[in-house]
Design a protein around this ligand. Structure first.
Ligand code: NG6
Ligand code: CA
Length: 510
């Protein structure tokens, strides 16, 4: 009996000796915004959009002011976040509604890395990385795959593409929810492809502008009209499964809360990808009029609410201290991205009178190679380990794979996450080193080396996405990228042009 008790105490002691301190396996949540600009959050300067929850997150964590997504559009940024590889190496650009899965199922991904460390992994929200096999039309009425579950997530609840693209239904793991087999769902590139007998047909916005009762489109967005909103791409059927745009944030928050509650007793990784503030901006009526900036500002208030709800859930389960919460965005701000929702008028008229600029002092936004395209809100909170503050270090989402590998002590092979470099010590606020150099994608590819920025010119560039001539900026004296100083610094430009070519051609940066 005594022996038994002693051995029990011995086992307990041994157990506590080998068990890892709580901070070794923190939970990780990435809260990812869509088209949220650097200056759309209060902590970075926004005065006309109240974001108390995001500001509180920043106040309790590290706010990076030179933090970047890898590209100035969604799919390549998300690809890099989840793989540690630049989108251009896999030809990833903005994906159409019925694109196949863009992430190969046999490479290392962020969720697979967490699984190697014993985590459970989940994704809630916007996917836009393609679903299904290349060359095989996806059967939306059966098992919709390969998708997130085939690249390392244990569970997924998705808006499959974007909220301005079909299909306008939620996907729960492999299944569209709420589908009536009598009204099968089809997705196609043109009307003909989806005109199937027996399936609900939606108005074609090109022929029937009046069907677009919620918004008129300014460009594109006039194919299938769903909930009075024209969308990119064609769908038919699935009427009983249609989402409600105005309750989408509520739905995603509910799913995230359930995920946290279900997994609170084991280390988890949750990738929470909000549809806010991408077009069509259709916040719940309770957020309407919360800003003077129209739907775009109100959608940002909704996103701040979602962020607060997730933080509250962590508090309620006692998980705040040992959960790393990362808040960021997939590209910079845009105003008119295809709908007449009043944003341009309201934002620009405010701009004249000390108004709101989603990029702040940084030039440009979504689609553009200038800083505003990729320099986005970038907050990391981990109360157990990170001292609150601000960091000016240059950091990038593409480096999460290598940084978490270091944190979790997992070795990467030469083939894994080839563009991901660990900046863990900077993410933890232990130093201010960040990256010595980094690539920025917006169709064209630019190079930052410290404060120097080299952009290869593109004579065919339109809409100011990239300069027509080779350009060199120095952000230290010229943060808003106004003065091309290539004439005064020909050698610097030549060496950066050479380095850029080599990095693009290389088998990865790491
Ligand atoms: C563009 C769409 C834009 C938006 C974007 C993707 C047109 C004319 N424009 O092609 O509205 O959907 O793709 O945005 O169709 S992203 O944030 O997902 O990259
Ligand atoms: Ca986006």
């Amino acid at each position: 009996m005594i022996f038994k008790t002693l051995s029990c105490i011995g086992a307990l002691l041994a157990c506590s000796l080998v068990s890892l301190p709580a901070t070794d396996k923190p939970n990780v949540i990435i809260i990812y915004g869509d088209d949220v600009g650097f200056n759309d959050v209060g902590v970075n300067g926004s005065k006309l959009i109240p974001t108390p929850n995001i500001d509180a997150l920043a106040a309790a964590g590290l706010n990076f002011t030179d933090g970047h997504c890898s590209a100035a559009t969604c799919s390549p940024s998300r690809f890099s976040l989840l793989t540690g590889i630049h989108g251009f190496r896999h030809g990833v650009n903005i994906l159409p509604p019925n694109a196949p899965l863009s992430i190969p199922t046999d490479i290392l991904t962020l969720p697979k890395l967490f699984k190697k460390a014993g985590y459970t992994t989940g994704v809630v929200g916007k996917w836009h990385l393609g679903i299904g096999k290349k060359g095989v039309p996806t059967d939306w009425n059966g098992e919709v795959k390969p998708g997130p579950l085939e690249i390392g997530f244990d569970s997924s609840f998705l808006l499959p593409s974007t909220n301005d693209r079909v299909p306008c239904v939620y996907l729960d793991d492999h299944r569209v929810i709420g589908l009536d087999p009598k009204d099968p769902l089809f997705v196609g590139r043109n009307l003909k492809e989806v005109q199937k007998p027996g399936s609900t047909q939606y108005p074609d916005g090109k022929k029937d502008r009046k069907a677009m009762t919620y918004y008129q489109s300014t460009h594109g967005h006039n194919n299938s009209v769903i909930n009075g909103i024209g969308r990119i791409g064609y769908m038919s059927g699935g009427k009983s499964a249609l989402w409600n745009d105005e309750t989408m944030a509520d739905e995603f928050v509910k799913q995230a809360k359930n995920y946290i509650a279900d997994n609170k007793d084991k280390p988890f990784f949750l990738y929470f990808a909000s549809q806010d503030i991408h077009v069509p901006r259709a916040p719940h009526p309770r957020f309407k009029g919360k800003t003077e900036l129209g739907h775009r500002g109100d959608a940002m208030v909704q996103f701040d609410w979602s962020t607060g709800e997730i933080m509250k859930a962590l508090d309620e389960h006692g998980l705040t201290d040992n959960t790393i919460v990362i808040f960021s965005s997939d590209n910079g701000p845009v105003y008119d991205d295809g709908y007449k929702d009043g944003t341009v008028v309201q934002t620009s008229s405010k701009e004249v009178d000390n108004g709101h600029d989603g990029s702040g002092i940084w030039r440009g936004g979504k689609y553009q190679i200038y800083e505003g395209g990729t320099r986005v809100p970038f907050i990391i909170r981990w109360p157990a380990k990170i001292k609150p503050g601000t960091s000016k270090a240059m950091v990038n989402q593409i480096d999460f794979v290598a940084s978490f590998a270091e944190l979790l002590d997992i070795e990467l092979t030469d083939q894994d996450a080839i563009d991901s470099r660990s900046t863990l010590s900077t993410f933890l606020g232990e130093d201010n080193k960040g990256l010595p150099y980094m690539l920025q994608e917006a169709r064209t590819i630019a190079l930052r080396v410290g404060d120097w920025k080299y952009i290869p010119g593109n004579p065919k560039s339109n809409r100011g996405r990239t300069p027509k001539e080779d350009t060199l900026f120095n952000l230290e004296n010229d943060p808003s990228e106004q003065k091309n100083i290539i004439g005064e610094n020909p050698e610097k430009a030549a060496s950066m042009a050479k380095q850029l070519k080599e990095l693009i051609k290389a088998d990865g940066i790491r």
